[in-house]
Write a protein that binds this ligand. Structure first.
Ligand code: SF4
Length: 394
């Protein structure tokens, strides 16, 4: 983490570019080392001084990471889309009931077949998430993780959201902690941050009525952190949530991070309205969130979550173009070379399903940044050459 002095010095340099008086006050707090509060969060979301907000977030980000932007070579595996909450998560277009057309649950052979891309030795992480499937209990995932570790011992397993852990605990009649211990013994290394949606009870009632409560999402992550299992965290935005809801959510994440220090990264996730009930209810189609809101979500996350080292842009959800600009709005990490991502494409994400190494290097260099490949704990494995000059048309 950067020293307070470095953050203050870079924030001071950024201040002259900030025109909104409310943002200038926030910049002065950064210079003074004063923690931002929820009222500051509201002011940042409301401000139309987008470049000023970006300058402040960029100052803090550069104090922590310089010009280095990391990515991981990972592979997403979604082993089952069968989910008991199929009819109550109205924003989800991925889940199916067991007998519904398109429902699937991978056999172990199918999981290993998808994972075989990792035989190239370049994939360093499996990102494994799926539905809440009554037939995919503890034994299903223990067998999967053991087989993956046996066949691909060099690959880190980041798997199962807090919602999935709680589901397994419920059907196995075990505690969250006991499930986590059993999965760790089978090969689980870290947990992804999905399933957070927006913590507010009112929002959850509307878009995910039966899903694990926000406080319990925090509780599962607390249990994981107590065992030394690090995790990511997310917020789904751009649906029916208010600014109060966003700030309540960020406050809960910051409070747990103060308590445990177990979060690796914060990843805001843009809601996609196509092919799901909520999108039809809201009469929305196409990209629901705008580029400005996408950038604000990342910048506010960087500034309010002062105890987080890493803020990630998920290019599958906001596009590669927005993710590239986001590298100047507080983002230091990009979702990596993702092979065959299904969940967000099931709800209408129009982005490609994978980026090659060359493409992600080009994206980072094009922003004037230095690409670096990292492992799942954000240790830098190799740094690529410094940013190439931005091409200028003749
Ligand atoms: S969002 Fe997750 S829990 Fe909800 S229906 Fe979709 S797969 Fe199931």
């Amino acid at each position: 983490m950067a020293s307070a002095g470095t953050i203050a010095a870079l924030a001071e340099l950024a201040l002259p570019t900030v025109s909104d008086p409310a943002l200038r006050r926030i910049g002065s707090k950064l210079v003074a080392g004063t923690r931002l509060d929820q009222a500051d969060g509201h002011a940042m979301y409301r401000s139309h001084d987008l470049l000023g907000l970006g300058a402040l977030a960029d100052a803090v980000n550069r104090a922590k990471h310089g010009d280095v932007v990391t990515f991981a070579s990972n592979q997403h595996i979604n082993p089952t889309n069968i989910c008991v909450l199929r009819t109550t998560c109205t924003f989800c277009g991925y889940a199916r009931l067991p007998k519904e057309a398109g429902a699937y649950r991978y056999t172990l052979a199918q999981v290993l077949g998808e994972a075989s891309n990792a035989a190239d030795g370049l994939t360093r992480e499996f990102h494994i998430v799926g539905g809440l499937d009554m037939q995919a209990g503890l034994a299903y995932y223990q067998e999967m993780f053991r087989a993956l570790k046996s066949n691909f011992p060099h690959v880190h397993i980041k798997a199962l959201t807090a919602v999935e852990i709680a589901h397994i605990a419920r059907i196995e009649k075990m505690s969250w902690t006991d499930v986590l211990i059993a999965l760790r013994e089978a090969g689980l290394d870290t947990m992804p941050g999905g399933g957070a949606e927006t913590f507010s009870a009112a929002v959850r009632d509307r878009i995910a009525g039966k899903k694990l409560a926000g406080a319990d999402y925090i509780g599962v992550h607390r249990a994981a952190h107590a065992l030394g299992i690090r995790s990511n965290c997310t917020m789904l935005y751009g649906h029916v949530e208010t600014l109060d809801d966003r700030m309540e959510h960020l406050q809960m994440l910051r409070d747990l991070q103060d308590e445990t220090g177990g979060f690796l990264a914060y990843i805001p996730l843009a809601y996609h309205p196509d092919d799901n009930e909520l999108g039809r209810e809201l009469l929305r189609q196409g990209q629901a969130t705008g580029g400005v809101d996408d950038l604000k979500m990342l910048a506010v996350g960087r500034l309010f979550l002062d105890n987080f080292a890493h803020v990630k842009s998920h290019w599958i959800m906001v596009s590669q173009a927005v993710s590239q600009v986001a590298l100047h709005f507080g983002v230091n990490d990009l979702e990596g070379t993702v092979v065959r991502e299904k969940i967000y494409h099931a709800v209408g994400a129009h982005t490609p399903q994978a980026m090659t190494l060359d493409a992600i290097l080009g994206l980072i260099r094009g922003a004037g940044k230095i690409p670096a490949e990292r492992d799942s704990f954000y240790n830098i494995l190799r740094t690529f050459d410094a940013a190439a000059p931005v091409p200028v048309p003749a």
